[in-house]
Design a protein around this ligand. Structure first.
Ligand code: SF4
Length: 395
């Protein structure tokens, strides 16, 4: 089952594609699916790892509690309990993380697969994720990983890979960078950070770039930490809906923190490149009005942000819906262009020409792609070779 699920997800372009973890789904198949959000006393084997970004309180009413400041849930966690992600626990007044070193899906990918279209086009990356997530998206295509703790209540059998071993893999495969992906990297922040630091220690991997493929539900505190330690070169943020109601109903998160993250990361654009993606789910976010609203928001931050519309395929608890109508995806791209977004793409399809980059001024074809393969790239610097227009790309 694990193999089948992973290869199915791979066809859709976003899931682990190699060296998949055998623990992924066999235990889940036996477990009753559940939506429960209450704290589960997770029985993780092995050591816990000290967490970053949390605080305690002097106020007697909050005595013993910890506030986690890693993601926008800002969980208040009682002693012995875990936060909403189920992998950060209050251990006698100290916050620890439970998924450090638990690796899934180590794979070599083209950067276009994430998708990043305007950051180092044509480069090769090592991708991996870790179990758990701060969202519980009903449509998650990587639910075997992201919802593992929620569904099973344990991840004891998950194999460990140390940051040093990941750096070794990166060196032996001669990749250009590492993508923290498949599940929400914010939730394995300490593991990701230690991997960046392990790479920096080795001569062959010291100059690798590091990318988060994120739901954008991280805090200003986390972003400040990233900036302070210069951890990331790029973040791709998933803006799932432009209305609060479906955001909360389908993901368990809220719209505003994601919008705040998009604004904040754009402010850091000299150091951190950003792209935004929207998965179009039939009947949930694919009306002209919703697409217009979403594009207007992104444009209000900047029309230079690369915007990807991605095709939905039924999965997890949204198997009753059909895949996104191709006409709606094409309409979304047209709306984005009409509103003034300079770079709008369609992903997860085999449509021709919807993944190419054109100069927004003279319409010169700049990068020609066929899914994840670059057929030609005329950009040697971040401007159009024909008319000189500045292009938001890191070459
Ligand atoms: S990472 Fe988010 S969900 Fe997890 S404990 Fe911290 S605030 Fe809660």
């Amino acid at each position: 089952m694990a193999k089948k699920a992973l290869s199915k997800a791979m066809e859709k372009g976003g899931a682990p594609s190699a060296m998949a973890n055998p623990a992924s789904s066999s235990a889940m198949a036996k477990s009753a699916l559940s939506d429960r959000e209450e704290n589960i006393a997770l029985n993780y084997a092995g050591k816990t790892t000290p967490a970053v970004l949390w605080k305690t309180f002097d106020n007697p009413a909050l005595k013993g509690k910890i506030q986690c400041q890693l993601c926008a849930h800002y969980c208040l966690i009682k002693p012995g309990e875990v936060g909403k992600c189920l992998v950060r626990r209050n251990d006698a007044g100290k916050l620890v993380t439970l998924n450090w070193g638990k690796t899934e899906g180590l794979a070599i990918d083209p950067i276009e697969k994430k998708p990043f279209f305007h950051f180092k086009p044509g480069t090769k990356i090592l991708s991996f994720g870790a179990p758990a997530c701060n969202f519980r998206c009903l449509n998650c295509q990587n639910w075997q990983l992201s919802q593992y703790a929620r569904e099973v209540g344990t991840a004891t059998e998950w194999p460990n890979t140390t940051p040093t071993q990941i750096a070794e893999q990166a060196a032996s495969h001669k990749v250009d960078g590492i993508a923290y992906t498949y599940s929400e990297p914010t939730i394995f922040f300490e593991y990701a950070r230690d991997t960046v630091l392990a790479c920096r220690k080795r001569k062959e991997t010291a100059r690798l770039f590091h990318l988060f493929v994120s739901n954008g539900y991280f805090t200003k505190e986390m972003l400040d930490f990233v900036v302070k330690e210069k951890l990331l070169a790029a973040i791709r943020i998933d803006l799932k809906f432009i209305e609060e109601e479906p955001y909360f109903r389908i993901t368990g998160g809220h719209l505003k923190p994601v919008q705040d993250s998009i604004r904040r990361v754009w402010e850091l654009r000299q150091n951190i490149h950003m792209e935004v993606i929207n998965l179009m789910i039939p009947g949930e976010n694919d009306s002209d009005e919703q697409i217009t609203k979403l594009c207007e928001f992104v444009k209000s931050v900047s029309p230079d942000i690369p915007l990807h519309f991605s095709r939905f395929f039924p999965d997890y608890k949204m198997k009753d819906k059909a895949p996104t109508d191709i006409k709606r995806l094409l309409a979304a791209r047209e709306i984005a262009k009409k509103i003034g977004m300079k770079y709008a793409y369609i992903g997860n399809t085999v449509l021709p020409d919807v993944e190419n980059t054109y100069c927004p001024k003279c319409n010169e074809l700049l990068i020609e792609r066929d899914r994840y393969v670059i057929l030609q790239n005329k950009l040697r610097k971040p401007c159009c070779p024909k008319c000189g227009e500045k292009i938001n790309v890191v070459v």
